[in-house]
Design a protein around this ligand. Sequence first.
Ligand code: AMP
Ligand code: ZN
Length: 470
Amino acid sequence: MALTFYNTLTRKKEVFTPMREGRVGLYTCGPTIYNYAHIGNLRTYIFNDVLRRTLEHAGFRVTHVMNITDVGHLTSDADTGEDKMEKGAKREKKTVWDIAAFYTDSFKKDLITLHIKEPTIWCKATDHIKEQIALIQRLEKNRVTYTIADGVYFDTSTFPSYGALARLNLKGQKAGARVEMVKGKKNLSDFVLWKLSVPKDGHPELAEGSHRPQRAMEWESPWGKGFPGWHIECSAMAMKYLGEEFDMHTGGIDHIPVHHTNEIAQSEAATGHPFVHYWLHGEYLVIKDAEKMAKSGENFITIPTLIEKHHDPLAYRYFTLTTHYRKQLAFSWEALDAAEQGLKNLRERLYESGDTIGELPDTIKKKFTEIIGNDLDMPKALAYLWNIVKSKKPGAVKRAAAQEFDTIFALNLLAHKTESVPEHVMILVRERETARTKKEWQKSDDLRKRILEEGWVVEDTPQGSHVKPV
Ligand code: AMP
Ligand code: ZN
């Protein structure tokens, strides 16, 4: 059955046709690892995961590439401001490398906790400086760049369709622009490809022979010591691992007007042909009562925050699935509680429907495939499962449906009877699941013993951990 997706490029739902039969190349902009990922970021990665699982459910072999931004992402989109990594390092009085290692690790843990599949290929910006320099040189050869004191810039006036992805009105942009523009830039929308550590005209305090401020991250290049701009890393790494033209690229909606617009311009100006066929973007998670929560220091919510507050992190995954990925989703603790209750009820009903899993009727499979294939309609798919679970269908069919749908929902629907297992035991069970995913067998064994001491036995089934009283 055909899959259709809303393509930001055309602003239409389109039937998905991959470049190579049965295979999909998918690139997702990864996190900038100067802090924990917040639950808003993670909403975008859950949407990605649902996309990937849907493609796999439809039989495609997906090569999923995700980058880790560990250099070049400045605090301002106007190519000014501080590098976010250096800001994080200052805040925590650590080196940028320590910051990068710590938050990459915490991000990967979040993915495991939320049942987000690991990409096929991880790639770090700082491991691909050579590729980024080569791409900038290619652009230079094509005469679409210029060099000013601050560094090498992409000249957007050379790329006639610049801004098409975002439907940017460049004239309007110029007229109403705030003036925060690097000196020497020709057009407001031009963006940096290589930023020099010390501008060629120097800082006023940098008289000849004076001390050069030491940047933690800088590399030699044909233009001088410096570091790549944020956008070039994604083009260079996507092309390296997926080819110069590939199927799909995803991210949050904030990437449309600048980051992805610039990725398209520099990639297509280098190669002379289209870069990506389908662009998919996830809407934002917004915090309801953000002001109130900010005052109580609560509006930066992470997965560890949810766990500290004794929430099942999968309840957050369930919560995000109740709204279509292209609609804004408002977070509040009450809404999360309601989702958590919903998930518990669903698991409970499935638990009560017996312990056999029957054959899944073709009609159900077909309808489910149709729903998810229609631009990932998760709210409708969840409602459909609820209908089946509440119906008079045999328990074995309900469980078969849950098992099939859970290949995409990934909510441990058949795993355990959560209601009766105390939360402090569930925390240990989840910790153990994480340890098992990371193949930390000793830790997993120790946790099994602690769970046993609490009066519970944990069994590993193909659907996940099953917890029973001793
Ligand atoms: P960053 O680490 O800032 O590069 O962001 C990582 C991902 O999270 C990007 O795809 C952003 O578009 C996305 N993102 C940032 N804020 C939110 C939010 N509030 N809701 C959903 N996605 C977000
Ligand atoms: Zn990117």
